[in-house]
Design a protein around this ligand. Sequence first.
Ligand code: AMP
Length: 411
Amino acid sequence: MTADTITAEATAGAAWHDVGFLALNAGSSSLKFAVFPAQGETALATGQADRIGPEGTLKIKDAAGQPIEPAQGALTSHDTALAIVIATLKRAFPDLRIAAVGHRVVHGGIHYTAPVVVDENVLQTLSTLSSFAPLHQPHNMSGIRAAMEAFPGVAQIACFDTAFHRGQPLVNDMFALPHRYYEQGVRRYGFHGLSYEYITGEMARIAPHLMAGRVVVAHLGNGASMCAIYRGRSVASSMGFSALDGLPMGTRCGQLDPGVMLYMLDQEKLNTAQIRQILYNESGLLGLSGGLSNDMRTLEEADTPESHRTIDYFVFRIQRELGAMAAVMGGIDALVFCGGIGENSRVIRRRVCERLGWMGIEIDHGRNAESATVISSEFARTTVMIVPTREDLVIARAARAAVGLPETAAT
Ligand code: AMP
């Protein structure tokens, strides 16, 4: 599979305005992507292939949000999905040359603290990390391999969800297990790092006085986590060794007493595949609501005892984590909401901030209803904000930087 007009020749001879950067996020059965021009934050096109396999679907839209008709073909694998995405983009942007491809990679292990240009050595290291993230890392790697084949000679940049947290203090990095596990790499890595990196950058731009202090970011989406950021650096995260820990998510359980897993093994005689299925796919909002939904919008609309207890639990866990993170930092100057729920659900934001006056948190209901950037009351000690996150942009910026193109390059 090769891409010609969306070409492998990188930037050679191309005017900057014809140069594009592809951000890829390959999940277990999905492929999200965005194409960015040489500069600017607006993607030329964004899209998502879902349910890769016989039932696969592909949606692409342009910068104005108008649908782009996908090229024909079956989305049977990540390779074929990428081939169809490229064919579609080629037709829509015939003069565009892809100069670098950035990839979201869930696990960078203990060494990668920044994006890295992928070569054979890096690929090998990333495969050794697959045992730490078996549900995500192999798919991220098949995305990289497919893009290498599609764009031979073009820089492939791996951007890690763990990198932002790598400077965490040792106490937040360890589990109280025999120390050999720590040495084997069983550590609290934390995830959603690309989102936290974006929010940190945005906060430094729009509220530098807050970013110089103690900030808790609540990334509340289908995956959900929180991060305590002290003077711009992650000092605690709710996710640990895997993307299961911390807050309850759409279908993932969040924090769980490991004794529960022993119960499932010993008493229910479940095997690891069955337990994995429960913890990753049948728990969280879906499990709490007795199978009603993993989607917060549906739960908010449902107004049933099941939806109430689910939302109560979600809010309770966020508040607990928030208190713990404020304690870790010796206080809190700002709480930032992001992710699909954090950015859109006024109900969850209001419920989370209720009864937190003792932390200086008090929201202005009018501003919250309008989803304003600052939703705290004028005289509240702690600023509460909504900052829409852009993981795709963090990836595109890393790809631009890898080919030496600054954000401000002339077109
Ligand atoms: P994400 O994974 O960041 O795309 O977030 C997905 C989650 O955001 C789902 O649970 C959605 O139901 C939730 N969400 C999106 N829009 C809204 C909304 N207006 N109100 C409540 N939840 C929302």
